[in-house]
Design a protein around this ligand. Structure first.
Ligand SMILES: NC(=O)c1cc2c(N)ncc(C(N)=O)c2s1
Length: 318
């Protein structure tokens, strides 16, 4: 039987370390120096080594991976992950806005979000605890990569509220991590990855979770399978609600009152994309209000209430 003081200390350390990790990986605003984190982490490792029965699912020690998987189980997405219709110029953006206004009978607000060049993932939480993580796959059937996604430090193992929901987002590799990874692979005579998207996909499809844990992946969450699982009534509010639950969300989002504002946003980020610490390949434009999204509905493969504006390919890095 473990003394109460040790059980209490382990709980304190877990909560303190998870808070520090949240500040560092999700808010990008650490409140303590690394050595403070490291010494508390080592204290928890020592306690868990002496008392393995004290290890919990959401312990920060579970982030470093451990198992080598045989393969990936299939996961059926109860709510399919839809794809987006792509557009490539201002005329198509205007045409989208005309179709929306015609269908709804009035002007609408749009939420603009950066289109992250990573791997789409779905994260299922029950009572606030991460129970499953899966790839998008073909939108209906994906692969269970829970063990690998648990090593992604910005993915919360436990939410700030004990809600049950399925969040969707993009898992990506920051440009700096991509450059460092390819440098190491080149020095070791290994093939290099063509781009951060391939590097992220390759890292998440690793059967050895210890390798995934070292790849410094990150995430931006941007929607939920069922909007009724949130209290928000619009996309812009939902992004804030996801952030308040402990997810990393992209801070460049903008609520636009007109399609002209949408176009300004697109031009703005076509300029800025090279300076971002992650790769994007466009902008996702969504009708903001959830009731209006429902009215517009879906075609066979994509929502009528959203489009993806694709940037022209970036000039090859000389
Ligand atoms: N295929 C899709 O539905 C999406 C793909 C992406 C992506 N790669 N990045 C951001 C968003 C977003 N913020 O909605 C979406 S939505």
């Amino acid at each position: 039987m473990v003394e109460d003081s040790v059980v209490k200390r382990a709980k304190e350390l877990r909560e303190q370390l998870n808070q520090y990790s949240y500040e560092y990986y999700v808010k990008d605003a650490p409140s303590v120096e690394d050595f403070v984190y490291d010494s508390l982490y080592q204290e928890l490792v020592d306690i868990e080594n002496r008392h393995p029965e004290l290890v919990t699912e959401d312990s920060p020690t579970q982030r470093v991976g451990g198992r080598v998987l045989e393969g990936f189980e299939k996961v059926v997405h109860n709510v399919p992950l839809y794809s987006l219709n792509d557009v490539f110029n201002k005329e198509d953006i205007t045409a989208f806005d005309q179709r929306v206004q015609k269908a709804l009978g009035h002007q609408v607000s749009y939420t603009c979000e950066l289109k992250i060049d990573g791997l789409s993932v779905s994260l299922r939480y029950e009572d606030g605890k991460l129970v499953q993580g899966a790839t998008r796959g073909d939108g209906s059937v994906g692969e269970d990569i829970t063990e690998n996604l648990k090593t992604v430090r910005s993915i919360p193992l436990k939410l700030k509220n004990s809600v049950t929901l399925e969040a969707r987002g993009e898992c990506y590799m920051p440009k700096k991590s991509f450059m460092r990874l390819n440098q190491n692979r080149e020095e070791e005579g290994q093939d290099i990855f063509a781009n951060p998207r391939n590097a992220a996909a390759g890292s998440l499809r690793q059967l050895d979770t210890k390798i995934t844990a070292k790849r410094n992946l990150s995430t931006f969450l941007y929607s939920v399978a069922d909007t009724n699982s949130l209290s928000s009534s619009s996309q812009y509010e939902a992004l804030q609600e996801l952030e308040d639950l402990g997810f990393q969300t992209n801070q460049e989002r903008k609520l636009c009152r007109s399609i002209d504002e949408v176009w300004d946003y697109i031009e703005d980020f076509q300029e800025k994309r090279g300076d971002l610490p992650y790769e994007i390949d466009g902008v996702v434009i969504k009708v903001n209000d959830f009731d209006q999204q429902e009215t517009l509905g879906y075609t066979v493969k994509a929502p009528r209430w959203a489009i993806a504006y694709k940037f022209p390919p970036e000039e090859a890095q000389t």
